[in-house]
Design a protein around this ligand. Structure first.
Ligand SMILES: *Cc1c(COP(=O)(O)O)cnc(C)c1O
Length: 374
C-alpha cells in the first residue's frame, strides 16, 4: 500500500501530467507572463463554470478577501461579522483595513456561522458579513442573505474551501460564492482547485463592484498611469493560470472523487458510537475540502497520536479558535464562544484528496475502529 498522505498532489499530477506540462510550456513559449491570454482564458472558463458575470483573478485567497472588502467600501471603524471558527485570513483582512472584526460563534453540526446570533451582533456600524463555507459545505446562505438585505449589509462569501459546491435556494442550484456580493476563493495547492503555488480569485455578478475590484488589483488603475483609487498589486501568475485551466476541467471529477471517499468513510465510521460523521445539509452539496469527524471531548489529540503511530496523518482544523488568538484578544468584547471552544477539542480531519484508494481508506477506518474498541 502507498504511504497515506493528508493530500496527495503527486499522484494527481501524474494522471494529468501531459496536459498540464503542455499548458505550462505554452505560456513559456508565448512569453506573456503578466495578465496574458492564459490568465484571461482561465478567468473566462471559471466565470462559465460558476455561472457568474465577472471573475477577477488575484494573487491568493487572502488578497481576494481583502480586495472584496475594499471594493465593498469597508472603512476604518466599520464592523464586519465573521465566524470565530475559520482560518485566520478571513478575519485578518478585516483588521488590516482598520475595521473591527465581530466574531460570531458557529453551529455545532456543520461548523459554519451561527445565523441565530447574527442579528444580535448587528450595530449601526456593521457593513458586511463574511460567511465561510467551511470544509466544503455552504453556510446557511438563505438566512444570511435575508438578514443582510434587511439591514443593508454586503455579503462576502469565503469560498476558499468550497469551490464547486452547489447551494440551493428555492430548489434552484447556484455555485458557492455566487449568491453574495462577492465570492472569494483560493487556489492554494491543497484546495479543491489548487495550483502549484499561490493563486486566488474573487467573483461577482455586479458590474460596478467588478470594475472597482479589477482596478484595485491593478494599483487602482483602469487606464495605464491613471490611478482613481488606492489599490494593490495582486495578480494571478500566468503559469498558475495555465495549470488551473487544466485542473478546472477536472474539478467536478475531483469533487466526485472526494465525495466517493467521504461515502466510504461515512459507511465505515457511522457505526462507531463515539464518532459523529459530517452532517450533510439539504441546501448545499458537500465537496469535502476536509472530511472532519467529531469525537468525545479531548479525544481528538489522542486519536491523532494513535493514527500517527500507524502511519496515518490527520489534522485538527482548527486547534485554537480565533477569539483565543493573541492577535484577536482586543476584539472579543469578553463574549464567549462555547461551540468553537468545544469543537477545537473534538474535531479531527482525516486524509482527504482525489487519489485515496479503497485499501488506504479501509486501513484508516479499521485503525480508527481499533482505537475505540480495543
Ligand atoms: C485557504 C483559505 C484562505 C486563504 O487563502 P490563501 O490563498 O492561502 O491566501 C482564506 N480562507 C479560508 C477559509 C481558507 O481555507
Amino acid at each position: 500500500m502507498e504511504q497515506i498522505q493528508m493530500v496527495d498532489l503527486q499522484t494527481q499530477y501524474k494522471r494529468l501530467q501531459k496536459e498540464i506540462d503542455e499548458s505550462i510550456q505554452n505560456v513559456i513559449e508565448g512569453a506573456k507572463f503578466i495578465n496574458g491570454p492564459a490568465v484571461k482564458s482561465f478567468a473566462a472558463n471559471l466565470a462559465d463554470y460558476l455561472d457568474v458575470k465577472h471573475v477577477i483573478p488575484c494573487a491568493n485567497g487572502t488578497d481576494a478577501l481583502q480586495i472584496a472588502l475594499m471594493s465593498a467600501g469597508i472603512q476604518p471603524g466599520d464592523e464586519v461579522i465573521t465566524p470565530d471558527f475559520t482560518f485566520i485570513a478571513t478575519v485578518e483582512v478585516v483588521a488590516l483595513l482598520g475595521a473591527k472584526p465581530v466574531l460570531a460563534d458557529v453551529n455545532p453540526e456543520d461548523f459554519t456561522i451561527d445565523v441565530n446570533q447574527l442579528e444580535s451582533l448587528i450595530t449601526d456600524k456593521t457593513k458586511a458579513i463574511v460567511p465561510v463555507h467551511l470544509f466544503g459545505q455552504c453556510a446557511n446562505m438563505a438566512s444570511i442573505m435575508n438578514i443582510a438585505r434587511k439591514h443593508n449589509l454586503k455579503v462576502i462569501e469565503d469560498t476558499a474551501q468550497a469551490i464547486g459546491s452547489d447551494y440551493y435556494i428555492k430548489d434552484k442550484p447556484g455555485k458557492a460564492g455566487a449568491l453574495g456580493d462577492f465570492g472569494c476563493t483560493s487556489f492554494f495547492p491543497s484546495k479543491n482547485l489548487g495550483c502549484y503555488g499561490d493563486g486566488g480569485a474573487l467573483y461577482t455578478n455586479d458590474d460596478e463592484l467588478a470594475a472597482i475590484a479589477k482596478s484595485i488589483t491593478n494599483h487602482g488603475s483602469t487606464v495605464k498611469y491613471h490611478h482613481d483609487r488606492i489599490g494593490v498589486n495582486s495578480r494571478l501568475d500566468a503559469m498558475q493560470a495555465a495549470i488551473l485551466k487544466v485542473k478546472l476541467k477536472n474539478l467536478d471529477d475531483f469533487n466526485r472523487r472526494r465525495q466517493a471517499a467521504a461515502i466510504f468513510y461515512d459507511h465505515h465510521l457511522e457505526e462507531i458510537p463515539e464518532i459523529a460523521i459530517p452532517v450533510k445539509r439539504d441546501a448545499s452539496t458537500h465537496t469535502y475540502h476536509q472530511y472532519t469527524i467529531k469525537v468525545p471531548k479531548g479525544e481528538n489529540k489522542k486519536l491523532q497520536e494513535y493514527l500517527k503511530k500507524h502511519d496515518i496523518p490527520s489534522m485538527i482544523y482548527y486547534p485554537i479558535p480565533l477569539h483565543k488568538q493573541a492577535a484577536f484578544e482586543q476584539w472579543t468584547d469578553d463574549r464567549t464562544f462555547p461551540v468553537s471552544d468545544e469543537l477545537a477539542e473534538r474535531v479531527l480531519s482525516l486524509p482527504m484528496h482525489t487519489e485515496l484508494t479503497k485499501e488506504q481508506l479501509t486501513h484508516i477506518c479499521n485503525t480508527i475502529k481499533t482505537y475505540f474498541h480495543e
